[in-house]
Ligand binder design. Sequence first.
Ligand code: XMP
Length: 512
Amino acid sequence: KILIVDFGSQVTQLIARRVREEGVYCEIVPFQKAAEAFRELKPKGVILSGGPESVTLETSPRAPQEIFASGTPVFGICYGQQAMAAQLGGEVEGGHHAEFGRAEIEIMADSPLFRGVWHVGRKYPVWMSHGDRVTKLPDGFEPLAFSENAPFAVVADEARKFYAVQFHPEVAHTPQGELLIRNFVRDIAGCSGDWTMAAFREEAIGRIREQVGTGRVICGLSGGVDSAVAAVLIHEAIGEQLTCVFVDHGLLRQGEAEEVVGLFRDHYNIPLVHVRAEETFLKALEGVTDPEAKRKTIGRLFIETFEAEAKKIGGAEFLAQGTLYPDVIESVSFTGGPSVTIKSHHNVGGLPERMNMKLVEPLRELFKDEVRALGRELGLPDAFVGRHPFPGPGLAIRCPGEITREKLEILRKADAVYLDEIRRAGLYDQIWQAFAVLLPVRTVGVMGDGRTYDYVCALRAVTSVDGMTADFFPFDMAFLGRAANRIVNEVKGINRVTYDVTSKPPGTIEWE
Ligand code: XMP
């Protein structure tokens, strides 16, 4: 196991990704809680992340001193390097030669950190982002590499197995940076690299059995990958003690509800209650146009519907959820102030408290792509596991303005044609999310000899790593022409198609 101490860098999660890609389990903790986590986890190695603060200030974050005294190998990155230097008796100076972006380092001495990767006397590109730099090394440390503006680009105390780099090895802009992380976790810290999805599956099954005993579990399916993987895993662990509830709010895409029901009931033979609640949801959404009001209405109804079903099933003390690691990681907060709510995404957040049930969250430790790998391991079809994310409020937030059954039907058809074209072009897996939006605007067109006055459909496709930032997908014009042509011809009610070329920020992925 590896412990990652987070000093608030934007890319701390990437360190965890790189470590896990080596088959080594790791956890991220904010620096304020690092001492406790270190004692509990007993890691074989510690990685100190980068961060926005300056070590030169008295009040800035530090790593727990006991880590350095424990004999555990430590790898400091950027701010982590500076904190390490300052805490072990070296010196750090504030920002005369800030370096941002690509830089080149030259290797001065051999080290287990560079084994099989970087060679003495050669130069390599790295990605830097720092204002401060280490100016005097602590006792026992030697420089291993330098850059023009960082004489101590890489330093080490080989005897104590302390390593520190000024650049960011975890980002893709540092070619082979992942290999340095591998050398640290595998060779230097001695982690074995046997944390695979097959091993995780076995462990998770054991943990679920232990937690649940002979109790009953209810799992809400959304149609998405996370809840599906959680359900299949739990079913493998406890079989018939699990009942799945699928609240079908009538805001899903074409064929989606049938697919979920088919997969669970027929393929896996998992008990599933399919709650057809379209009427209730559409009724409650009548006249609602404000995006947040839509989310609140849907969230409230979802909880009420789910709760009523759970009561009918009766006797369940556990509620299963497909919560993922990024939702669990506590982020480092320097201000403690509230952040602005752009959209209230956590539509079913209040469910467990309200229902007074114990939570079963077998995916709490996993990143999205690990959940996908686990899904494949459990035999879920590739096409299901590789699906684009889909928001909880569904098509309601892709239909700006008031939602009607008629509009939803038009939107569903257009969306299906668009996705079909994307799959045919072989582009589905290159895109993070793609969907159609039905605009509450009618425009004039001409079809055959007649005048039309129909809705406008906007197409959206973005690339993204985590949904936090996104770029529009650069389709070629021929593709867009084909998709637009098919939509206007095949979907009655739409006579014009546009493509959204806004990135996030300043736009968001969804239109509402
Ligand atoms: P935005 O539109 O904020 O979306 O750029 C980022 C990601 O979140 C999804 N999204 C939601 N997911 N409930 C959800 O479960 C919501 O209310 C919601 N709104 C947006 C969106 O699809 C994208 O993946």
